[in-house]
Design a protein around this ligand. Sequence first.
Ligand code: PRT
Ligand code: MG
Length: 212
Amino acid sequence: MITLALSKGRIFEETLPLLRAAGIEVLEDPETSRKLILPTSRSDVRVVLVRATDVPTYVQYGGADVGVAGKDVLLEHGGSGLVQPLDLNIARCRMSVAVRDDFDYAAAVQQGSRIRVATKYTQVARQHFADKGVHVDLIKLYGSMELAPLTGLADAIVDLVSTGSTLKANHLVEVETIMPISSRLVVNQTALKTKVALIGPLIQAIEAAVVP
Ligand code: PRT
Ligand code: MG
């Protein structure tokens, strides 16, 4: 049996075609079902639904053998106990620095001011500003980062951007792109060895279906 950890929403939706190409149909719709374990058309494959940020943890400790997680989530998790054989090129976006449209970020950086940055992505943000030699105080948030500059909680945020419409609706502007983000297949290090007969072909079939 292989247990595959997915999160509801964009990762689930965008993983389905890859699974289908590998001959796996998920038999229930997570948006209408209340089940957390979904059967598939293969009796030896099941899907478990977990929060996006919990996918690496499930796979690391063997609660799932395989999972799909965003690079953002994997960088914060650290990746220990995980093998990352494939970039699936799905759920794409970018991680960026954004500020209120009336905040002069370039001037603040040039003056060497300490900038208050709110983010869920403290590891990536710390590294990014250290590399640029920008002095920051990081404030950890778990959601709605866009609100922080509007309320005076922070000068800037580090968040994911895809269309840019969320930033625009909140009078924020992107001032730096930190990195492109997509989702990766992650595999439990031990399961990759002990269940290689099942997991090996699954990785190959998914790899063949990835749209570059
Ligand atoms: O939503 P929930 O709190 O349950 O969990 P989650 O936000 O961790 O999960 P989910 O499903 O929203 O995101 C899963 C993964 O999708 C993330 O880890 C990213 O790798 C990837 N992804 C791709 C995105 C986006 N695009 C994205 N646009 N994740 C989040 N967003 C958010 C962003 O944080 C911002 O609030 O969408 C908003 C910006 O979108 P635009 O289109 O207005 O720019
Ligand atoms: Mg979300």
